[in-house]
Design a protein around this ligand. Structure first.
Ligand code: GDP
Length: 228
């Protein structure tokens, strides 16, 4: 099923996205503290969202792999910034961020990774865009707002991606979409286009790939070139 509301892309843009994700993504490193971040000037895009929003499933759907980002048995298991390469040296990292808002973890652990997220969003020149994942049934939640605030303050460009869009009925989905759009319009760093995806049905995956590929023109941007 295709969802009305996904932005339109040309067949060339879709093809670029496909090409970028066709090549294997390779795990580079898991980063638990800011001083562990790669220092090779490669631009990166990051995926953020609440625990259980469907982030691992979406990244797996993007990269057509079952194991790249392991679907967590326990929500919030990923506590590091996980860096992956894209394409054949496409010069763009994909960063899988720790899910936030998982209350069952020990407080000190939560503080640790909340701080890591905040530090990363504040001070990372290489970060070209954050894809902020929002559950299509629930819309924007208070801890999403905190993350949005951080990104607004640091002028980190971010784009909302609705996940699990196969779950709500069309009318519910449209209502959530309208609300999310309305709220994003008030945020200076938010990208106005919203992507609507389902890892289960594959809806919106081609569009998301095309969006990422547009941040690595022709998939051949290499480190050392001017940032995109
Ligand atoms: P994460 O914690 O954000 O990485 O979320 P996961 O990818 O582990 O997914 C959390 C739960 O949502 C799992 O039970 C998934 O099977 C389910 N899920 C993820 N994506 C989708 C989707 O597109 N549609 C549906 N119906 N369920 C999904």
């Amino acid at each position: 099923m295709e969802f009305a509301g996904n932005p339109e892309f040309t067949s060339d843009e879709i093809a670029l996205g496909e090409a970028l994700f066709k090549a294997p993504s390779v795990f580079v490193k898991g980063v638990a503290a800011m001083d562990g971040l790669p220092g090779d000037d490669t631009p990166e895009v990051a995926f953020a969202g609440r625990s259980n929003v469907g982030k691992s499933s979406l990244i797996n759907a993007l990269t057509s792999r079952k194991t790249l980002a392991r679907v967590s048995i326990t929500p919030g298991r990923t506590r590091e910034l996980n860096f992956f390469t894209l394409g054949h040296d496409a010069g763009l990292y994909l960063v899988d961020m720790p899910g936030y808002g998982y209350a069952k973890a020990p407080k000190t652990t939560v503080r640790g990774w909340t701080q890591l997220i905040a530090d990363y969003l504040k001070g990372r020149r290489e970060l070209k865009r954050v894809f902020l994942l929002i559950d299509a049934r629930h819309g924007i939640k208070p801890n999403d707002r905190e993350t949005m605030k951080l990104m607004d303050v640091s002028a980190v460009s971010y784009q909302a991606v609705l996940t699990k869009a196969d779950k709500p009925k069309t009318q519910e989905l449209e209502a959530v979409l309208a609300k999310v759009s309305e709220e994003l319009a008030k945020h200076p760093a938010a990208y106005p286009q919203i992507l609507i995806t389902s890892a289960r049905t594959g809806a919106g995956i081609a569009e998301l790939r095309a969006t990422v590929a547009a941040l690595a023109p022709n998939g051949v941007v290499r480190s050392g070139q001017a940032p995109v």
